[in-house]
Design a protein. Structure first.
Length: 326
């Protein structure tokens, strides 16, 4: 008969495992499973959590990136890519003023008046009225019309910034010549011609105000235009040419005068207005008419030392110039 009892001190078989080993294995397996799934954070168990430094502070949204002028604010303009959340700045309650916008509904979808750098909070003054369309049309005041002008055709537009005010005047030099001076004929034609020469009548210009209190919608920026070049060797080729242009907003009636002045190649000068709030927008530049030797003292700025007499001889009518009576 064989005795199956194991003598004392003999080596025990590893299987089946003892209840103690089974319990320890199950516990470690459960802990490992919880750690791999992120349920347990061993680092957080031994490292002290940082204090909540934003407790009691007010979160105010700020721009997370540069917002261009006349652009419509979207979520991307407020998103902080590094933090993965809306860009905010925490302020103490006493530092928050009433004009600071804290609600995203007041910011998203609005059109900004000017360029907004990154890291700045928003106020109502940063936006156009609700319902304004984004783009260049947002910068055109109600009742005005925008016009794209070649900056090289208007002296003084260079250097003006968005929102600056200005006036435009045109100057057309007087090119009369001797024929126009002596066209009156008559006994005093030579005397009138000499009198006009002595008064430098030929060296004058007509100065006319074109625009009053205009607005710079977009400052001077380069724009490439398509040009066509022709040569005997290469034939007709297409190219581009940079043009410096500026977008201005003026009254509808002033569009006609300015377009006419540009069409006749008049000398156009820009007169920047004061940027102070007390500047009177109703003040305009007066016009100036050339001094004519055919006028008299009662005609205002066009007076001169000569007068004209109309003679009628049968069916013939003629203007004769004569010295003005003193």
């Amino acid at each position: 008969m064989i005795n199956s009892r194991r003598p004392y001190g003999s080596q025990r078989s590893w299987w089946p495992p003892s209840p103690a080993v089974t319990t320890v294995t199950v516990v470690f397996a459960g802990i490992f499973l919880l750690w791999t799934t992120g349920t347990i954070d061993f680092k957080g168990l031994f490292v002290k959590k940082p204090e909540n430094r934003t407790a009691g502070l007010v979160a105010v949204p700020i721009s997370g990136m540069k917002v261009p002028a006349y652009a419509q604010v979207t979520r991307d303009h407020l998103w902080d890519r590094q933090a993965g959340q809306i860009s905010v700045i925490y302020l103490r309650p006493q530092e928050v003023s009433a004009d600071m916008m804290r609600d995203l509904g007041q910011i998203l979808g609005r059109v900004v008046r000017r360029e907004k750098p990154a890291g700045y909070l928003f106020t109502e003054e940063d936006f156009f009225p609700k319902g304004t369309r984004p783009g260049i049309v947002a910068g055109i005041p109600p009742g005005k019309r925008a016009l794209r002008v070649d900056a090289e055709r208007v002296f003084g537009l260079q250097g003006l910034q968005q929102g600056d005010r200005f006036d435009l005047v045109s100057a057309i030099p007087l090119d009369s010549g001797r024929a126009a001076v002596s066209s009156g004929g008559g006994l005093y034609a030579k005397q009138m011609e000499m009198q006009a020469a002595l008064n430098n009548w030929n060296k004058q210009a007509t100065v006319t105000p074109l625009v009053s209190n205009g607005l710079v919608v977009e400052p001077v920026l380069p724009r490439n235009t398509v040009v066509t070049n022709s040569s005997l060797v290469g034939g007709q080729t297409m190219g581009s040419k940079p043009v410096m242009e500026v977008i201005i907003a003026i009254d509808p009636a002033e569009v006609v005068r300015l377009t006419e002045a540009l069409a006749i190649n008049a000398q156009i000068h820009c007169l920047p207005r004061s940027g102070r709030p007390e500047d009177d927008p109703a003040v305009s530049v007066p016009s100036h008419a050339p001094r004519s030797p055919f006028g008299n003292r009662e005609t205002g700025p066009g007076n001169g030392p000569m007068t004209t007499i109309e003679t009628i001889n049968g069916t013939n009518r003629q203007l004769i110039a004569a010295p003005e009576q003193r």
